[in-house]
Design a binder for this molecule. Structure first.
Ligand SMILES: Cc1ncc(COP(=O)(O)O)c(C=O)c1O
Length: 365
């Protein structure tokens, strides 16, 4: 197949100039009715999706290399995910997992425990979003350690609720006119070796190590007593910060600093976790074992779910009523994870993979 043929079969298919008439109308209605704070970059008005393909309201087809915003980890409308949602919706639409018990919560906890990046036993907190898992980690870290201060990084994005926003270090417009935020957050430099130094591998290693050492050698010796620091929050790969990978030696040094001072290491895997880097969790590439992992987005491939995965010993106290999500997501679980790679690879524009792979409608591959 040559390039033109490949493009004709698998490329985007445009039926009108963009945005089309229906998309224009939807954008106009949106600008009248919806919060102007949303961050729309271009006028895609999505109607349906299958695998990597998204079709807009005018019938234009696009390839979604962003998986939504790193959410549809198994592709759009993976048939196993859709079937699980349909089954659960018919069985039980809602029960608050914070007020009552539900087997799905423990089933998923056990399966996540088996792939956790730190040794067990583990304990889990469920919420609806990434920001909620960050709020949980922040409150839990303070409660467990009895300390008030936390460290996070310039370039970090941890969400927009007040606690998560306080940790975020990305754009001034995210914080402008919202102060006072949660006090006790110190931002430090992320080891962005590409921007931070011009030399080769050796210089980059020294630079990233220096970024970690700054915490102990400068901050802790001048303005921030280490025994008051509850946690260090880090994205092992900064997302909004520019897809920047924290070097292994930096992550190891961070772990060592935390160990020396009784500080919890919290990794925000909301965007980089759930299989996106070839391992379950991005932090695993460095071999570092965190104390808490904040999970959302791709873990539920389109359903709203946030999870704070912790070492069980991090829950000193934290009795009933201390913290709970605003409403409890009841994510319908399947006995196995959907197979995202095979489904995405085989989803063709003309014939969805599940149509041919299995008569019962599952993408068994
Ligand atoms: C690394 C990271 N943490 C936290 C969040 C907040 O997640 P949510 O938008 O689900 O609240 C995001 C969202 O983009 C994120 O990328």
């Amino acid at each position: 197949m040559n390039r033109q043929e490949l493009h004709a079969q698998y490329g985007p298919k445009l039926v009108c100039p963009l945005p089309g008439p229906k998309a224009k109308a939807a954008v106009a209605a949106d600008s009248r009715l919806i919060s102007p704070s949303y961050t729309r970059s271009y006028p895609l008005v999505a109607k349906s999706g299958r695998g990597i393909r998204v079709t807009d309201v005018d019938g234009n087809e696009f390839l979604d290399f962003a998986a939504g915003i790193a959410v549809n980890s198994t592709g759009h409308c993976h048939p196993e995910v859709v079937a699980a949602i349909q089954k659960q919706a018919a069985e039980l639409l809602h029960i608050s997992g914070t007020d009552f018990y539900n087997e799905h919560l423990t089933n998923l906890a056990e399966r996540l425990s088996a792939v956790a990046p730190m040794p067990g036993p583990h304990r889990f907190f469920y919420g609806n979003s990434g920001a909620e898992t960050i709020e949980c980690a922040l409150k839990l870290a303070r409660y467990h350690t009895g300390r008030q201060q936390v460290i996070s990084f310039f370039g970090a994005f941890h969400g927009r609720t007040m606690g998560a926003l306080s940790l975020t270090g990305s754009k001034p417009q995210q914080k402008r006119r919202f102060s006072p935020l949660v006090p006790g957050v110190t931002h430090v430099r992320y080891p962005y070796t590409y921007r931070g130094c011009t030399g080769g591998a050796e210089e980059q290693e020294a630079f990233s190590l220096a970024c970690a050492r700054y915490i102990e050698e400068k901050l802790f010796k001048t303005v921030l007593p280490p025994e008051e620091v509850a946690a260090i929050f880090i994205e092992p790969i900064q997302g909004e910060g520019g897809y920047v990978v924290a070097p292994d030696n930096f992550m190891r040094e961070l772990r060592a600093i935390c160990d020396r001072h009784g500080i919890l290491l919290v990794v925000d895997e909301v965007q980089c976790g759930a299989g996106r880097t070839g391992k379950w969790w991005a932090v695993e590439h460095s071999g570092v074992e965190p104390d808490m992992v904040c999970i959302a987005k791709g873990i539920a491939s389109g359903m709203p779910l946030g999870i704070c995965m912790t070492r069980a010993e991090s829950w000193t106290g934290f009795p009933a009523h201390t913290h709970r999500p605003s409403a409890e997501t009841l994510f319908p679980l399947r006995p196995r994870w959907p197979r995202w790679t095979s489904w995405n690879a085989r989803a063709s524009p003309t014939r969805p993979a599940w149509a041919s792979s299995c008569s019962s409608g599952c993408a068994a591959g």
